[in-house]
Design a protein around this ligand. Structure first.
Ligand SMILES: *Cc1c(COP(=O)(O)O)cnc(C)c1O
Length: 419
């Protein structure tokens, strides 16, 4: 469910025609619906209201400060995977005690900062990282609350690039080594075990891998309890899938009741790290048709957004619905919708049935709110798109379009080459 709907053949975001927003801010343009983000957060969060829980929105899915502050206002916590994301979460007003820090490659500087601001916990992904965390904590004389991220070797049945809980993935600590790490942590009084963590992948469309992972965590939790550890937080990560095309992911209530069923009676606070499900269908990327051309085999629609703006089709063979902003009831054609970048991987759709378009028409690439702008780059020296956030009939510019000058500002021509 989202608030991008047609009124008399024209696509709106909430109360505003997309065409109007584009007239002011240009293309390519990311448009987010505040009402949709709020709705998704509330549905997801309240699905777990039966048990103590904390919903730590996965910042990497969409880290715009406008989006983060909206979620902060709704009471969301944050799951961050870098020092930069930590600063964003803090800047947006998310309390440190609602922030968890995940990721396989935390630097000493990142650990120091997170300790100093007093985050809820570090999700530790290796023995070496645990050692370094202890060392830094001791040096700063600040206790480090941590969870070990277990890699339960569960197949999430998703795209290989977004599966994270298999032995062959770089994430977490193998299940059989988890207990010995907690025991090892006892050697340093600055290491404070307070939770247990996992995250098995993204865009999952069935519940069973989650249940299997939770059962593995439960077994570890019990074993740790037997050894005298008193943990408080069980973090099961994110990963619940959304509908891009024909997927049929379980609704949040079905997901939550299955998880709650497994955890009922255990004295713990559940931590959830949803990303895509909160913002994925709350954003679109609007692009303008630059040219159309055909050869004997194909029709091409060349648009002004590229893989630098939205890399998901190129990176994961991802499907995004593409619709006209003004639906004039044109006959349909089959075309490849491609960007201006000098790569054959620069496409949004192949052999796609869409209403016939012409130069100047606007197209909306749907479900682009997660892993869209955040993965964008300046490849081909293309300034990154602007981002706007809509609330009813109000439009807020939450990131202005980059200029060429922005892109060149950090570079320098060595004196010896100057002419
Ligand atoms: C990416 C990520 C998430 C969010 O995944 P979604 O599929 O967007 O819900 C949660 N936790 C961790 C550790 C992640 O890396």
């Amino acid at each position: 469910m989202h608030y991008f709907v047609y009124h008399s053949g024209e696509l709106y975001c909430e109360g505003v025609p997309v065409r109007k927003i584009v007239e002011k801010y240009g293309t390519p343009l990311y448009i987010y619906s505040g009402k949709t983000i709020r709705r998704h957060f509330k549905i997801f969060d309240s699905a777990f209201e039966e048990i103590p829980h904390l919903t730590c929105y996965s910042v990497k899915a969409n880290s715009n400060l406008g989006v983060l502050s909206l979620l902060a206002k709704e009471g969301a916590g944050a799951d961050v995977v870098s020092g930069g994301e930590l600063e964003r979460a803090l800047r947006a007003g998310i309390p440190p005690k609602k922030i968890v820090f995940s990721g396989v490659g935390k630097t000493v500087e990142e650990i120091e900062r997170a300790l100093k601001v007093g985050i809820l916990m570090f999700n530790v992904e290796s023995a070496e990282e645990l050692y370094v965390l202890g060392e830094v904590a001791q040096r700063l004389q600040i206790k480090a609350p941590f969870a070990i991220r277990a890699n339960p070797d569960v197949d999430p049945k998703t795209h290989p690039y977004i599966s994270t809980g298999l032995r062959k993935n770089k994430f977490g600590v193998p299940e059989e080594e988890v207990i010995s790490l907690y025991l090892k942590a006892k050697e340093n009084p600055y290491l404070q075990p307070i939770g247990l963590d996992t995250h098995i992948g993204s865009q999952l469309t069935t519940i069973s891998p989650f249940i299997e992972a939770v059962r593995r965590l439960k077994a570890l939790w019990k074993e740790l309890e037997g050894l005298g550890f008193e943990l408080s937080f069980l973090d099961i990560g994110g990963g619940l899938g959304i509908i891009y095309g024909e997927e049929e992911p379980p609704p949040p209530e079905e997901f939550s009741s299955a998880i709650i069923q497994e955890l009922k009676g255990l004295p713990l606070t559940l931590i959830l790290e949803p990303g895509r499900i909160i913002v994925g269908n709350a954003g679109i990327l609007v692009t303008k048709v630059l040219y159309t051309k055909s050869n004997k085999e194909k029709n091409f629609v060349i648009v002004d957004a590229g893989m630098n703006d939205l890399i998901r089709p190129a990176l994961y063979q991802a499907y995004h619905k593409i619709v006209p902003v003004l639906d004039r009831g044109e006959e349909e054609i089959v075309a490849d919708i491609v960007g201006p970048i000098c790569e054959s991987g620069d496409f949004f759709a192949k052999e796609r049935r869409i209403p016939k378009v012409k130069r100047g028409d606007l197209l909306a690439i749907m479900s682009a709110g997660a892993y869209g702008f955040v993965m964008s780059s300046n490849y081909n020296t293309r300034p990154r798109a602007a981002e706007v956030l809509v609330e009813d009939d109000q439009v807020f510019l939450v990131r202005r379009r980059e200029t060429i000058e922005d892109l060149l500002r950090l570079e320098e021509i060595p004196e010896v080459y100057k002419i």
